[in-house]
Write a protein that binds this ligand. Structure first.
Ligand SMILES: *Cc1c(COP(=O)(O)O)cnc(C)c1O
Length: 355
């Protein structure tokens, strides 16, 4: 793609953070990408500008009815200095799946990837180089009509902001404690569970807060109808290894189609593991544990990549998984995906895109 977005450089570049002290999502780079949408001009005026506050009227649609969406991916600095993105075209495609659900106009996927490349290139010195660090990329779109009525906005803004990040969980791959949520629900069929939108998260905060009060780091969501089928873990997809076989929930409309999830499925199949997308219940998980057949549980997502689960609590019944240790599959997946993302191993699947 030949488009070259104009760049306005900041006159006040900020100091880069200490790569050892990065906390997820707290520091932002010097520049951001911005693009506008109007019915006449469609997406237009894409540009890279200094990172800074956005001026909007208090009546702006997104503040009232939440018409917005977001994405998340990462840029890595390879040992040889190349800048690598992991499957960015999948994020660009998913943007349009979300947009379609949210009545937000679609964005040309090639233009989207190009915008990501160009803003990352401008701020490439912000990509931390230490192991377990990367530059988190957050594209998002907001409805900008200054209008207090419930209807899809006619105007939108798309932004891409960049944040140098360290490991999502302090301690990297340490097993987490997860509370199985049996009161609140995240999504039901017909809702927005498969779309990456703030509303899903706003609705989940209460559950998350209560879980943290009880000493758990995330919740495991069950299906919204029977509160029985296993769906997702917080901001990640969930995998269970039971009696040598690996399961994850199918994409039935309530689950976010994670790109890490898809990569894990492909890798496991490539390694000859017995992996199946199928609905299964929390009862089955507990029964498997009772008969000593629950081998491993782990969550997958861009932020943490692989996050092993060491403990589950469901209706006050606590079970410990794999002795609260990192499982073999979790470890192998984490190492392999990390190596691919950082250009340290052969990229058999053609997942990595050089900026
Ligand atoms: C983003 C997200 C995921 C993980 O998706 P990745 O593409 O792997 O980062 C899983 N569940 C939810 C609810 C999410 O928002």
């Amino acid at each position: 793609m030949k488009v070259s977005f104009p760049v306005t450089k900041t006159t006040t570049p900020r100091q880069k953070p200490n790569p050892r002290e990065l906390v997820f999502g707290t520091i932002f780079s010097d520049h951001m990408f911005e693009m506008s949408y109007s019915p006449q001009k469609e997406w237009h005026d894409g540009k890279i500008v200094p990172y800074g506050p956005i001026m909007l009227e208090p009546s702006t649609a997104v503040f009232h009815y939440g018409q917005e969406m977001f994405e998340g991916l990462k840029a890595y600095k390879a040992d040889d200095g190349r800048i690598l993105l992991f499957r960015p075209e999948k994020n660009a495609d998913r943007i349009n799946v979300t947009n379609e659900r949210m009545c937000i106009p679609t964005v040309d996927p090639e233009l989207m990837v190009e915008a990501i490349r160009q803003v990352v290139t401008v701020d490439q010195d912000w990509i931390p180089e230490a192991d377990d660090t990367s530059l988190y990329i957050r594209p998002f779109i907001i409805a900008t009509d200054p209008y207090l009525g419930v209807r899809p906005s006619k105007t939108f803004k798309l932004y891409i902001i960049l944040s140098p990040v360290g490991p999502y969980y302090k301690g990297g791959l340490a097993p987490t404690k997860i509370l199985v949520e049996d009161k609140y629900v995240r999504a039901i069929i017909g809702g927005t569970g498969y779309a990456k939108v703030g509303g899903n998260y706003a609705a989940s905060l209460k559950a998350q807060e209560e879980a943290i009060k009880k000493g758990y780091s995330q919740v495991l969501w069950l299906d919204g109808i029977e509160r029985s089928y296993v769906e997702e873990i917080g901001t990640s997809n969930a995998f269970f290894k039971i009696d040598g076989e690996i399961f994850t929930s199918p994409l039935t409309g309530t689950i976010l189609p994670g790109i890490t999830r898809d990569s894990v499925l492909q890798l496991l199949k490539h390694w000859g593991e017995n992996v199946t997308e199928k609905r299964f219940t929390i009862q089955e998980v507990y029964e498997a544990h009772a008969s000593g057949k629950l081998d491993e549980v782990f969550a997958t997502g861009t932020a943490a990549v692989i996050s092993p689960v060491g403990e589950l609590c469901w209706k006050d019944q606590v079970i410990t998984i794999n002795n609260n240790e990192i499982g073999d599959i979790s470890r192998k997946l984490y190492d392999e995906i990390n190596a691919i993302q950082r250009g340290r191993t052969t990229d058999t699947f053609g997942w990595v895109v050089e900026v």
